[in-house]
Design a protein around this ligand. Structure first.
Ligand code: MG
Length: 382
């Protein structure tokens, strides 16, 4: 069924602690407000109005970049004023279903939306709610506690669903000097019948700093980690330097290869391809193809990264070991780590480059060539 949505993201969010207004704060690598806008658009919203603080349109554009179907409205002094501004921007038909939602509840799903719209049949409003499980205490003036009955009490969440005309009329009739704490309250006060559907702990509201920590831990549990490893070796011939991990190192030899023969980047590219079971570097860049003759191996790595990104993955850390008697790697290690971090788009603290010799044994020991091996950890949505 067609619906549109108003997402309230206009608060100062000061209780969430340092780090600024919470709607722009990163959760799982994206701004808090983006979670709800993305989810409601994915659930089929015709249009989503994000109600944001006046003057912060550029921040919203950055936070919602790449999504289509949303507009912003400037929020008011209270949550109710912000909802009213959002409804005015919707341009909805009177009978259209409108969901009103708080950006502070990021984990809304298409399942929640479908259940709310179904419950709206025969009612004036529908809201998810959880029974109160904890014992309720009232703190008296003398700081002593007494116990309040919890029977029949529910904790209302959002999104809440209404017909446009019903929620608009509810706010029209609401006394201007009072503030409803949710939208159902305005509809109820105007005589509407609001039904409750089963709430979901995942619709929790992020208010305090520890709420953000808990949400991050929940997200970590919803992702899965994959590992890949790679190995490569190239032969030396007389020359004046080698490419290793994207850095030029002066040497009395060069490495023989169709491309620039950067064994470090080749091993790492194979590790990344291995993490997504996407074959090996030779499948993607055949040595018989003239396009890759003397090519910079940067592009091989970037291709593997783009394949991972295409599956929703992100590189967590990499570890490369270079195996050679010479050249000495130590003086170039920092530059190699910096170059890999730049190519991978991750912090240098997640990029390791190590070196070892084979104590004179084997092809590396005889300086016929050098080898590299790499491990990459990548995580994906579960
Ligand atoms: Mg190679």
């Amino acid at each position: 069924m067609a619906f549109s949505a108003v997402i309230v993201a206009a608060g100062a969010g000061l209780r969430a602690g340092p780090g600024g207004a919470k709607q722009w704060r990163a959760l799982g690598g994206k701004a808090l407000v983006r979670w709800s806008v993305e989810a409601l658009l994915a659930a089929g919203a015709r249009r989503v109005v994000a109600v944001i603080p006046a003057g912060e349109e550029a921040r919203a554009a950055a936070a919602l970049e790449g999504l289509e179907g949303w507009v912003t409205a400037a929020g008011g002094a209270s949550r109710a004023d912000s909802v009213i501004a959002g409804l005015a921007t919707l341009e909805a038909d009177p009978d259209e279903v409108v969901l009103v939602h708080d950006a502070a509840r990021p984990f809304v799903t298409a399942g929640h939306v479908a259940a709310l719209i179904a419950a709206l049949e025969g009612a004036d409003g529908a809201a998810p709610a959880l029974a109160v499980a904890d014992t309720l205490k009232r703190l008296d003036d003398d700081r002593s506690a007494s116990t309040a009955p919890r029977e029949g009490l529910w904790r209302a969440q959002t999104p809440q669903a209404f017909r446009f005309r019903t929620v608009a009329a509810g706010y029209d009739a609401w006394p201007p000097n009072e503030t409803p704490t949710d939208d159902a309250a305005a509809v109820e006060a105007a005589g509407g019948r609001v039904v409750l559907i089963a709430g979901d702990p995942m619709l929790m509201k992020l208010t305090w700093p520890e709420d953000f920590s808990m949400a991050e831990r929940m997200l970590a549990g919803s992702r899965t980690v994959r590992i890949g490893q790679g190995f490569d070796a190239h032969r030396f011939e007389p020359g004046d330097g080698v490419w290793l991990c994207g850095v030029r190192v002066a040497h009395t030899a060069r490495l023989v290869g169709h491309s620039d023969a950067d064994a470090g980047l080749h091993a790492l590219t194979d590790a990344l391809l291995g993490a997504i079971a996407a074959g090996d570097i030779g499948d993607h860049f055949p040595p018989t193809d003239e396009r890759w003759k003397d090519a910079s191996s940067d592009q091989f790595l970037l291709h593997a990264i783009s394949l991972i990104a295409g599956e929703g993955g992100r590189v967590i850390n990499v570890d490369v070991t270079l195996i050679c008697e010479a050249p000495r790697i130590g003086p170039h290690r920092a530059a190699m780590r910096a170059r890999l971090a730049q190519l991978l788009g991750i912090d240098i603290g997640r990029v390791s480059v190590k070196a070892t010799t084979t104590e004179g044994m084997g092809f590396a020991g005889r300086a016929e060539g050098l080898a590299a091996q790499a491990v990459a950890i990548v995580d994906f949505p579960a």
